[in-house]
Design a protein around this ligand. Structure first.
Ligand code: NAD
Length: 492
């Protein structure tokens, strides 16, 4: 397990010498300590990234050569998947099979962007047709410069991959600041980069707290682009910091995503996706379908099965066989989620099941899978992101009512609809004001497809071609055909 900062290809302690604790959420015990980076470390990391961008080989080498190194990084992640998944379970708490998915997706993300880096050798220049022959114009795509990436704790290694892989593919250099709650797998990118032969200074990793390490990164004039995943209030601060120097930004923020279930679906099919939509990764998922709207005709039968299956969910340590719900990431998140549940009860929502700390698991940050029904639309729990295993349910009578309730939110990240009538499902999908829409499922995510939110859920799209474009500038190069007549001032 690494515990130092990775700057300019070297491991070093924080300049202040400070460290912070890494806590296992399954028992609240400190099991490791890492460097507590601050402004001086960010200064060194940005200087290294700046030098690597302005004078180093990385932005100047062919896409195919960058692809070779990205592929090696992907291969190394895949080769170490078991060890990295275990590290993720210890740091974040998630069940091992879900951590294994994360690491497999992380390796896949590097392989995907390796292919796109290679394609850039042909795609980076495009001739723009003009209605005249006096000029020829090319659009040329170039790396945007030094990227600052700030990531959250819910999918620590994967969320970093969504930024590191496309940024490196584009030819950018970068500074990565992981969440202070889950710094361990992000630090492993340092040794992965070393092994793959990434030039020094291209990827720099500074662990530390948001205000101490994150904020100086967002405010640094040497950073050209900021990429952030996290909460709306922090996203707003990052946008303000970016505004001062007109930095390019992409933001992936929170959500309160709806899942609309029409009465014509199989009850058990709906139960499966409702459960997966809110309880995988302990509900600590930005796109979790945390508001479920159920057509009245199916409601009693569906609720009965949903409650029955929810009570069967095995809660426990992420490494225990068969566990589907691990501890929440931290003491702070545990307190926040339990407080949200109390608030829901006080607001008049009906607590159907869960709502507390599971018996026998008091030593860790565990919360029972929780269902609220008849949740008032004006209540805090209906409107705000809880970011835990808590689902809010209401009924609806018509398609029009379902769409209105689904869209009545300041967020717009995900939305899902289930119906046997695909025409209706597609109509509702198009009516949703959200960036990611699922039909007859909830949550499946693909490296190839665009990911991001409408409204307060963010700006820009990650993954796919969209993810690469986040790290590219477009330059226009216009060439004058000197044999054609011109002469504005120097006329004969
Ligand atoms: P957070 O905003 O508290 O922290 C995210 C990151 O920002 C951390 O690395 C933190 O250290 C850093 N940070 C905090 N204050 C900062 C500041 N002033 N300047 C710069 N950096 C700062 O969010 P979190 O608690 O880590 O994550 C939970 C939130 O993230 C949820 O609201 C969730 O919806 C959202 N999220 C969104 C997505 C998505 O894809 N849209 C994915 C995961 C999480």
């Amino acid at each position: 397990m690494q515990n130092q900062l990775f700057i300019n290809g070297k491991w070093s302690p924080a300049k202040s010498g400070a460290i912070f604790d890494v806590v296992d959420p399954s028992n609240r015990e400190v099991f490791h300590q890492v460097a507590r980076g601050g402004a001086a470390d960010i200064e060194a990391a940005v200087a290294a990234a700046r030098e690597a961008f302005d004078n180093g080989p990385w932005p100047r080498m062919s896409g195919a050569r960058r692809a070779g190194i990205l592929r090696k990084m992907g291969d190394e992640i895949a080769a170490r998947s078991n060890e990295l998944a275990h590290l993720e379970v210890r740091d974040n708490g998630k069940p091992l099979p879900e951590a294994v998915w994360d690491i497999e997706d992380t390796a896949g993300c590097f392989h995907f962007y390796a292919d796109l880096a290679e394609r850039l050798d042909n795609d980076a220049e495009e001739d723009i047709p003009l209605p005249m022959e006096t000029f020829t114009v090319k659009a040329v795509r170039e790396p945007v410069g030094v990227a600052g990436a700030i990531i959250p704790w819910n999918f620590p290694m994967l969320m970093a991959a969504w930024k590191v892989a496309p940024a490196l593919a584009a030819g950018c250099t970068m500074v990565l600041k992981p969440s202070e709650l889950t710094p361990l797998t992000a630090l492993e990118y340092g040794s992965i980069a070393e092994k793959a032969g990434l030039p020094a200074g291209v990827l720099n990793i500074v662990t530390g707290y948001g205000p101490e390490a994150g904020q100086p990164l967002t405010e640094h004039p040497g950073v050209d682009k900021l990429a952030f995943t996290g909460s709306v209030p922090t996203g707003s601060k990052i946008m303000q910091a970016a505004a001062r120097d007109i930095k390019t930004i992409s933001l992936e923020l929170g959500g309160k995503s709806p899942l609309v279930v029409f009465g014509d679906v199989e009850v058990d099919e709906a139960v499966e996706w409702i459960l997966f939509g809110i309880f995988w990764n302990q509900g600590e998922v930005c796109s979790a379908t945390s508001r479920v709207l159920i057509e009245e005709s199916i409601y009693p039968r569906l609720m009965e099965r949903l409650v029955e299956e929810t009570r069967k969910i095995k809660i426990g340590h992420g490494l225990e066989e068969g566990v589907l719900l691990g501890p929440l990431v931290s003491q702070g998140q545990h307190e926040k989620v339990l407080a949200a549940i109390e608030r829901g009860k006080a607001e008049g929502a009906t607590l159907v099941t869960g709502g507390g700390v599971p018996a026998g698991l008091e030593q860790g940050c565990y919360v029972e899978p929780t269902i609220f029904a008849e949740v008032p639309t004006e209540s805090w729990i209906w409107k705000e992101e809880i970011f835990g295993p808590v689902v809010c349910i209401r009924t609806f009578q018509s398609e029009e009512e379902a769409v209105r309730l689904a869209n009545d939110t300041r967020f717009g990240l995900g939305a899902a609809v289930m119906s046997n009538d695909l025409e209706r499902a597609n109509r509702v999908a198009r009516a949703f004001r959200a960036g990611i829409v699922w039909i007859n499922c909830s949550q499946p995510t693909f490296t190839e497809a665009p990911w991001g939110g409408y409204k307060q859920s963010g700006i820009g799209r990650e993954l796919g071609e969209w993810g690469l474009n986040n790290y590219l500038e477009t330059k226009q190069i216009t060439t004058y055909d000197r044999s054609a007549p011109w002469g504005w001032y120097l006329r004969e």
